[in-house]
Design a protein around this ligand. Structure first.
Ligand code: 5AD
Ligand code: SF4
Length: 440
């Protein structure tokens, strides 16, 4: 029996894929271990969305190499770096990599591992599929309260900065029946909240059944009380979808709405397919239907040619929308992307840093103001885990808007819904006391 150690980098989809890999390797010849030092096979499920994600993986490989030199370990690279850097990974004699498998090739992993054992030769499969959705694999999840489930894979948008269409291939959706079956099973196992995943989740489409349809079907499953989704694109929010999000009590009132930039010239160069005015109209429409909707975003600073003036446009949109929170990234050139082929990465690191600092400061102010405005309100909280401050004898959960809420431990338990009166706020979390428990 081979001991396998699996480590995951990157997004929630990668975490989900690791659960698929665990299910695929659930065979008599494999056993998972929590220690890279004791493993016969080390699998790194990698990310290549930004340069520093890559760097982390290279550092980890050399760390394992140093520790385990000559100690008979096989190293396999899975995920986005596998597709994106096949040559660099396999042809570099300094790197002790035995096999690589891209996001659509995980069913071949048992073979790839066996083949390396038998022949000693490096193996790879990075074929991207138009069809693979792993709908026949039930992921091996840790039991708990939150489960993630991929409902579509891949991306057809080709934003010019983004590597995903190259690492994960074209969009394809799972059938709603198949998704609902999995959600029913999750409910029976005790999960209370599910997050529907996709690189472009709201462009979900299975034989004409759209994302609004899927949300409704999933929300009909008893026992699942909260539904979230990640990550959507602003272009795919037709009115019927917004109505389901707003009106269906199980769908959380929170939308991640990646802006990327607030300047129209940059948005066009990014191929985002909306202008800042169109984006702001969508925000107005959402808030018109549901004023308390929590909005979050992703922003890239320092995209090629972005001037100080262009950057100010992004700053202004952030001021105007007042997101509850945001993820702000320095542009980093990714191999194969349209931007890397056509646009020199011409904004200095110093400038990118300055812009990130300014946006983070602005966001912190806004988040603090928004969080303070909740003081005195009653929020429904799903208790998720012990507080990360272990000494504190507290639980942490999330409200409907996905904000972390800290409560005293009391006699409550994980997975329970409670009404919490918010008494304190920081830019990042809310704190409060339980008013009553909710039977769900
Ligand atoms: N450089 C910087 N940030 C990027 N993102 C995607 N590609 C890049 C890149 N090349 C960011 C986007 C996306 C988030 C997941 O990562 O903001 O929404
Ligand atoms: Fe990273 Fe994107 Fe791949 Fe997720 S899909 S692992 S974010 S490159």
């Amino acid at each position: 029996m081979k001991k396998v150690y699996l480590e995951t980098y990157g997004c929630q989809m990668n975490e989900y894929d690791s659960e698929l890999v665990k299910a695929i390797l659930k065979k008599p010849d494999f056993e998972f271990t929590n220690s890279a030092d004791k493993a016969d096979v080390v699998l790194l499920n990698t990310c290549s969305i930004r340069e520093n994600a890559n760097r982390k993986v290279y550092n980890r490989i050399s760390q394992i190499q140093q520790k385990r030199n000559g100690n008979g370990v096989r190293i396999g690279i899975l995920g986005c770096m596998a597709t994106n850097f096949r040559k660099q990974l396999l042809d570099n004699p300094q790197l002790p990599i035995d096999f690589i498998a891209g996001p659509d090739s995980y069913k071949r992993l048992p073979d790839l591992i066996d083949q390396v054992e038998e022949t000693g030769e490096k193996g790879f499969d990075i074929t991207l599929s138009e069809f693979e959705t792993y709908s026949d694999v039930y992921p091996t999840r840790e039991s708990g309260i939150n489960a993630w489930i991929a409902v579509m894979r891949g991306c057809n948008n080709f934003c010019t900065f983004c590597v995903v269409p190259y690492t994960r291939g074209r969009e394809r959706s799972r059938s709603p029946i198949n998704v609902v079956e999995e959600v029913e099973r999750l409910s029976a196992e005790g999960f209370r909240q599910i997050t529907l995943l996709g690189q472009n989740v709201n462009s979900y489409n299975f034989e004409g059944k759209d994302f609004a349809y899927l949300l409704q079907k999933v929300s009909a499953v008893d026992g699942i009380e909260r539904i979230r989704f990640s990550s959507p694109h602003p272009k795919d929010f037709p009115r019927n979808l917004l109505e389901v999000i707003v009106e269906n009590p199980k769908v959380c009132k929170q939308i991640h709405l990646p802006l990327q930039a607030g300047n129209d010239r940059i948005l066009k160069m990014m191929n985002r397919t909306y202008t800042s005015t169109e984006y702001l109209k969508l925000v107005d429409k959402i808030r018109g239907l549901c004023p308390e909707m929590v909005l979050t975003t992703d922003i890239i600073v320092g995209f090629p040619t972005e001037t100080d003036q262009d950057f100010e446009d992004t700053y202004k949109v952030m001021e105007q929308v007042e997101y509850d929170s945001s993820f702000i990234f320095k542009y980093s050139e990714r191999p194969q992307t349209i931007a890397s082929r056509k646009l020199p990465d011409d904004i200095s690191d110093q400038k990118k840093k300055e812009r990130i600092v300014r946006l983070n400061e602005l966001q912190k102010e806004i988040s603090y103001k928004k969080n303070r405005s909740h003081i005195g309100q009653i929020h429904e909280v799903l208790i998720e885990q012990e507080s990360t401050k272990k000494s504190a004898n507290q639980y942490q959960g999330r409200n409907d808007g996905n904000k972390i809420v800290i409560i005293p431990k009391g006699t409550y338990r994980k997975g329970q819904f409670v009404n919490v009166k918010i008494t304190e706020a920081t830019p990042h979390v809310l704190k409060g006391t339980v008013v009553d428990t909710i039977l769900k």
